[in-house]
Write a protein that binds this ligand. Structure first.
Ligand code: SAH
Length: 250
């Protein structure tokens, strides 16, 4: 076991392994290998098309992989096996795919509006041989009105997609009553949350917790914003594509 972990570390995932350990997560050799493959594929595709601004070894390990794994801090009190989770505006797979690598039982849906990113995600899921991952090309505004997705998820997650009032309109319609939305935010999270009060009230959500996260190798504090879904979202939400961001619910 130790030998294989060592191999993973030698493969260059040492920052990730250390950072995860500090979060209380011991990554296995197989998981470190999967992350290493993910890194290589991301770097290779990023040479040909713009998938992410962060593509150096250290940045990928800390700002992409470890940052995504910090969501595990929110899952701790919830059993995640068989959980239906959607990552909205996942880009190159963040935070959804790193979570799937660690929680193999997750039923993961990745939603992304840009076609080339969707192509990358499908390729990567094949390379990583992941089961129970659905990659969708589309917009949150459309999916939220689609009966096969509306209020179907236990969790809806997003990072770096929109400000809180807009994000609430993307995420809350997708979550079942009793489920949770998780937004990964930076240092202005407390202020942003204050601006989302009206959106939360209109959409059936309530702020549950703001969890500060310190990541190994990152100076700034990150935040997990957790919103519980208490009531069904009124049918008029989400509004048409583009409207939530043009006229945020403030
Ligand atoms: N979550 C990723 C990507 C952030 S960039 C990360 O943190 O690295 C934001 C992504 O959200 C882009 O890829 C964009 O295409 C997608 N996006 C923005 N609005 C969207 C919407 N309404 N529905 C689906 N995807 C959206």
């Amino acid at each position: 076991m130790f030998f294989f972990t060592l191999l993973g570390i030698m493969a260059g995932m040492d920052r990730l392994a250390t950072g995860a350990r500090k979060l209380g997560v011991q990554l296995t050799a197989g998981q470190l290998d999967a992350f290493d493959l993910y890194r290589r594929e991301l770097q290779e595709w990023n040479r040909r098309m713009n998938l992410t601004a962060i593509d150096d070894d250290k940045g990928i390990q800390i700002r992409h992989f470890l940052d995504a794994l910090s969501c595990l801090m929110a899952f701790r009190s919830h059993p995640m096996a068989e959980t239906r989770l959607i990552d909205v505006g996942t880009g190159a797979g963040f935070p959804g795919l790193p979570l799937k690598i660690v929680c193999s039982d997750l039923q993961l849906t990745l939603l992304e509006a840009t076609e080339k990113k969707v192509r990358f995600l499908k390729h990567l899921c094949e390379r990583l041989e992941l089961d129970n991952v659905t990659v969708l090309h589309g917009r949150a505004e459309e999916l939220g009105q689609d009966p096969s997705h509306r209020e179907q998820y236990d969790w809806a997650l997003a990072r770096a997609v929109a400000e809180m009032p807009v994000l609430c309109e993307y995420l809350l319609p997708l979550v079942r009553v009793g489920g949770t939305c998780l937004a990964q935010k930076g240092e202005n999270a407390p202020a942003e949350v204050g601006q989302a009060e009206r959106a939360l009230a209109l959409l059936g959500g309530r702020l549950a917790r703001l969890v500060p996260i310190e990541l190994h190798g990152l100076a700034e504090t990150r935040y997990l914003v957790l919103v519980d879904k208490l009531a069904p979202t009124p049918v008029k939400y989400p509004r048409r594509t583009g409207v939530p961001s043009k006229r945020p619910l403030r």
